[in-house]
Write a protein that binds this ligand. Structure first.
Ligand SMILES: [Zn+2]
Length: 262
């Protein structure tokens, strides 16, 4: 049995990035895989503007947990295989405490493969995502666990692995997945066009497929280290994306303090 853990910062992160690979692994491979999802937060601040403040916090966390369960039901992944780390949306740190908690989790779970947000060459520079990827990269790189799982990044600008899917799969799977995240429609619906373009572009890398989900396998053994090296263009874009003010959200202090107390 091969155990695969998909990490995400927020409950809806995986749908656009890994939905097709997850579906394939969970439903088409005669159950040779144990698939788990680790969600670092419950997305408790994932609504735009102060007019929604009354929903933010515990209520939104509860709703988004249910939304995640509903989406994973499409893959046949049960809530028993979904773990939460209890961090607060917008405040995933890269510090000793977080690294240790993730390392303990990995020691307990012993996955063969881990799929996480890109930590370095990302086009999605939300610090929650970056720090999630960063912690896992750091744990493997520094050998804080006594095994070396295979690591893949999603949201990477330097992909080297592509998972192909068909145009009709966007209707039959992607839309169904994102429809489960009712509270996130304000965002997810508008990302469908870039999603199509991006995955169509990735599909060109894969013979025989029109669309593909791009991933970056990270190499830790001496022999393959060269493959981790990005092109100059990727480095320039990384600099560009890392300076976009995507994550400068204002958090309602009252709700934040209450969440931190718990
Ligand atoms: Zn996210």
């Amino acid at each position: 049995m091969t155990k695969i853990i998909f990490f995400q910062a927020h409950p809806d992160d995986l749908e656009h990035k890994c939905g097709h690979l997850m579906h394939y692994l969970a439903t088409k491979t005669k159950k040779n895989y144990i698939i788990k999802i680790a969600s670092i937060t419950k997305g408790e601040f994932g609504l735009p503007g102060p007019q929604y403040d009354k929903f933010k916090g515990e209520l939104l966390a509860k709703i988004r947990t249910r939304e995640l369960f509903n989406a994973e039901k499409i893959h046949g992944i049960s809530p028993d295989n979904i773990d939460f780390f209890g961090y607060i949306d917008g405040f995933i740190p890269f510090n000793k405490d977080f690294v240790n908690r993730v390392a303990d989790y990995l020691k307990k779970e012993r996955p063969n493969i881990i799929i996480v947000p890109e930590a370095i060459y990302s086009w999605y520079y939300h610090m929650d995502h970056i720090n999630t990827g960063r912690a896992i990269f750091y744990i493997i790189y520094k050998k804080l666990i006594n095994f070396t799982p295979i690591l893949y990044f999603y949201t990477s600008m330097h992909p080297n692995f592509f998972f192909g899917f068909k145009k009709k799969d966007i209707k039959t799977l992607t839309y169904k997945l994102i429809e489960c995240h009712k509270t996130q429609q304000w965002l997810l619906r508008y990302t469908m066009l870039p999603y199509r373009l991006f995955n169509r572009f990735a599909g060109r890398k894969l013979h025989g497929w029109k669309y593909a989900e791009p991933y970056r396998r990270v190499y830790f053994n001496e022999k393959n280290l060269q493959k981790n090296k990005p092109t100059l263009i990727v480095r320039i874009f990384t600099h560009f994306f890392s300076n976009l003010p995507w994550t400068k959200a204002k958090y309602p202090q009252e709700i934040l303090l209450k969440l931190k107390e718990n």
